[in-house]
Design a protein around this ligand. Structure first.
Ligand code: ZN
Length: 472
């Protein structure tokens, strides 16, 4: 079959991204490339010519794409901002028909994030290929030859165009499509050449979502930068990777993430860490303003340095908050309940009474301990820690026996200190020094005592009440 030459003579921007996001649930896969800027791909591109802002509407790119797809017998789906060709057989209930409508809703979210007026880009449209048999697309001239494009495993984005291998899971397929869409958006509308930690992190941050089925029409798209529940993001696995990294002392510092070379995005660990960095910087009230300011400037290769020079940026605070975030991260994590007050407090020289809010994560007691000082803690009171069916669960400082979290009963009072160099290795973290209704402990470091009740970060919102704690 003669090739249409559609790709070969289409004006291209000389940026290309490898994507292999489906490898995220198979981290041991040997070709587990995720998204890597890949210089060799430039070989198949013509001389650098700016991509039309709107690949589908500028010139006849969209018309030629559609014509080539139709000639090859491919299915075409089109929304306002996405033209998608697929060889996936039509199957009721697989969600493929809804992809352009979900993409259009996501586009509005991306515009909001970057402060872009969607009306000014009403004709912006990405072209994508959702492929079961990539050879069909190659023969149709919709996918470059093997010697012109890396043999990507799951996805590849080049300016306003992307290619995506079909996924068996509808939720994961939708996620990967949107991930590629964010790349297409930032490459064309923001001319992004930002470091890979930002490029991959923002793609994940803006693609993570859940959908709400409606009585009629396509589902509603809701961006969830930190997923509320695992079923919302089937097969994604980022939170699990971060937690596994913390448990095995392999988790990176924020500075490590900033230094991530593109080639490192061949592992899920690097990919998850990039998402976590963007989720922290875009979501934590102490960092979000500086991050947003930096994002308004050019997204070029000096992005990280520019971020660090932005007014309001605090390198030490960001690094510590990143460690606290990855230490505590779980579904439904909420910065409004779990961000940490790092103030040093006053030296504890006499018994002190502290109230511990059941709806918040680690709370600074306001009292600072001296390393190796001996202390006694007595807790009392009763809080509620959610419900089972219509029955509210009440807990005293020992916790409840029928629900556990991270190896301890939910509701149990925990006392900890932030330790920069934990004895068992790994990144700085909170180390529990005392727990339950009564305990005696030795301070591990000079610094404040933190308290909370044991519960998942995403389950704090339905708690209520306070425990009273006396520390001496
Ligand atoms: Zn990517």
């Amino acid at each position: 079959m003669a090739r249409t030459g559609f790709l070969a003579d289409t004006p291209c921007r000389i940026w290309a991204i490898w994507v292999n996001c489906a490898g995220m649930d198979r981290p041991a896969a040997p070709r587990n490339l995720i998204c890597v800027f890949f210089a060799a791909v430039l070989a198949w591109l013509p001389a650098a010519v700016a991509l039309p802002r709107n690949p589908a509407a500028a010139g006849d790119v969209g018309a030629r794409f559609s014509a080539a797809a139709r000639r090859a017998g491919l299915r075409l789906l089109e929304g306002r901002h996405l033209l998608l060709a697929s060889d996936r057989p039509v199957r009721a209930g697989d969600g493929v028909e809804e992809l352009p409508a979900v993409f259009d809703q996501a586009f509005a979210t991306w515009c909001r994030h970057f402060g872009i007026d969607p009306a000014a880009h009403a004709d912006w449209k990405a072209v994508g290929c959702l492929m079961v048999d990539r050879e069909q697309f190659r023969l149709a001239g919709l996918l470059p030859d093997d010697d012109q494009i890396p043999d990507f495993k799951n996805g590849f984005c080049e300016a306003g165009r992307f290619w995506l291998m079909d996924q068996s899971n509808p939720t994961y397929r939708r996620h990967l499509l949107l991930h590629e869409g964010v790349h297409a958006f930032t490459l064309t509308l923001r001319s992004s050449t930002a470091p890979s930690w930002y490029t991959e992190g923002i793609a994940e941050y803006l693609a993570t979502h859940r959908v709400v089925p409606l009585d009629e029409g396509p589902p509603r798209f809701i961006q969830t930068p930190i997923p509320a529940a695992a079923p919302d993001v089937e097969q994604l696995g980022r939170i699990e990777v971060i937690r596994r990294g913390r448990a095995t002392a392999r988790a990176p510092a924020l500075d490590d993430v900033f230094q991530t070379p593109p080639s490192a995005h061949q592992s899920l660990d690097a990919y998850a860490a990039s998402w976590a960095a963007v989720a922290l910087l875009a979501g934590h009230p102490a960092h979000a303003p500086a991050f947003a300011t930096a994002e308004q400037a050019p997204l070029d290769d000096r992005f990280t340095a520019r971020l660090r020079r932005t007014a309001g940026w605090d390198d030490t605070l960001a690094s510590r908050n990143f460690d606290a975030f990855t230490d505590e991260l779980d579904y439904g994590y909420d910065f409004s309940r779990s961000s940490i007050d790092w103030s040093q407090g006053s030296p504890l020289v006499a018994p002190a009474r502290i109230d511990v809010d059941a709806t918040r994560g680690w709370q600074n007691s306001g009292w600072s301990l001296a390393k190796e000082g001996r202390h006694r803690l007595v807790a009392s009171g009763r809080v509620t820690v959610g419900a089972i069916a219509d029955t509210t669960l009440e807990s005293e400082p020992e916790g409840i026996s029928l629900r556990w979290y991270r190896g301890r009963p939910v509701g149990r009072l925990l006392a900890a200190q932030w330790v920069e160099r934990p004895a068992d290795g790994g990144r700085p973290r909170f180390v529990v020094v005392g727990e339950g209704s009564q305990s005696e402990f030795t301070a591990l470091t000079d610094g404040p005592l933190y308290l909370k009740i044991n519960d998942a970060p995403g389950d704090l919102a339905d708690n209520a009440g306070r425990l009273g704690v006396q520390v001496e």
